[in-house]
Ligand binder design. Sequence first.
Ligand code: NDP
Ligand code: HSE
Length: 443
Amino acid sequence: MTENKQPTYNPGKGAGEPVGVAILGHGTVGSEVLRLMEENSDAFAHRIGGTLEIKGVAVSDLGKPREGVDPALLTDDAMALINRDDVDIVVEVIGGIDYPRELVLAALRAGKSVVTANKALVAAHADELAAAADAANVDLYFEAAVAAAIPVVGMLRRSLAGDNILRISGIVNGTTNFILDAMESTGATYDDALAEATRLGYAEADPTADVEGHDAASKAAILASLGFHTRVKFDDVHCEGISSITAEDIQAARDAGYVIKLLAICERVTDEQGNESVAASVHPTLVPKEHPLASVNESYNAIFVEAEAAGRLMFYGNGAGGAPTASAVLGDLVGAARNKVHGGRAPGENTYANLPVADFGDVTTRYHIDMEVEDRTGVLAELAAIFAARGISLKTIRQEESGDNARLIVVTHSARESNLAATVEELQKISAVKAVNSVIRLI
Ligand code: NDP
Ligand code: HSE
């Protein structure tokens, strides 16, 4: 049995002295954390049973104007701030991986609890961070790292700790949902929609992380790790973004009764021998218009959890932006502060199940394939034979005129990814197929 290390009870410092907080970062999220902490300080003192005191705010550029911030709090030396004796809790909202990793590890090793919104960091280094938190008997909270305001991390860690999770799927990136929704509903261009998502504070410092699916993949890794009690890292997640989705794809999806959403899917896979593994993926997906995920618009996120006893649960809310993310950070901060005052720790990591990560090729899915084919007798039979050779059954075939050629839209039944990918590769090689316009998975 793998032990979930919960070290000896931490008695807490009592309500006599304030809990010192260092905030690392004063950008979209950090500025809202600071504002809301100051606005709600009395209420937080009641909820915690002790007071919070902001000891400093670390930034990169001390010269930047920062309205309403006491200049005495600002520093550009985050490490020195962390190491102050009067700092008990460190809130990391800088972003990136290497430098925040150094800071968070230093904080944990120095006995400070950490609250972070940094999914890239958690998805890449959860083992090391959790071990450091365990060794120092302190808390590591990261609610805001997945789907901002939606309390999905706490729900998996606590509320569903007595159930067996079968599948977690949904929209976990606000920027890409905003872009796809704007392209679908207003006809905005991809570039304009991305610029607006950036302006609104939804996108990462480098929005490539959003549009290429990396941000959602980090979140999928975190969800799969928590849901299946197994370490799943960023590199374990099959990841495809939305940068290749065109206005034509969106139009074709609309014509067929779908919307395109970037979905994260984490599931248990059982092979023919009954061996279990975990699969996590992120990719654009066709969602039928009547499906609840189809109406998740703008930067909203929604997550479906399917659990053995609870059945199907759905969580919906703000998936990005300063204030919604600060809400999750502050929830964690109140929890960490309570533990500092009264003692104890939040539930830690538990990867006892230690399931293998499935090869993505073994996952089953359905494809929607849009191709341009020769308009002549025998083409359909030729194509059907290629699908049949790999055991792929076709659900629907739609043909339209397209100049001298025919446009063929094929929807498959569920089949193994590796078989579907090999089939598409073969279709691309035969002379009857002039072009494969798009291959998108179906929910
Ligand atoms: P921003 O880019 O808006 O802010 C980053 C902050 O970090 C800035 O204040 C910057 O300083 C500061 N910073 C950068 N480098 C250093 C350094 N070396 N030392 C000290 N401070 C530094 O990022 P966000 O607020 O958008 O995101 C922060 C984190 O929250 C990321 O991990 C992100 O993934 C996560 N997150 C973001 C969400 C969102 O909707 N924005 C939602 C959920 C999570 P300066 O002000 O001087 O430039
Ligand atoms: N860039 C992220 C998003 C922020 O768009 O979802 C929230 O994690």
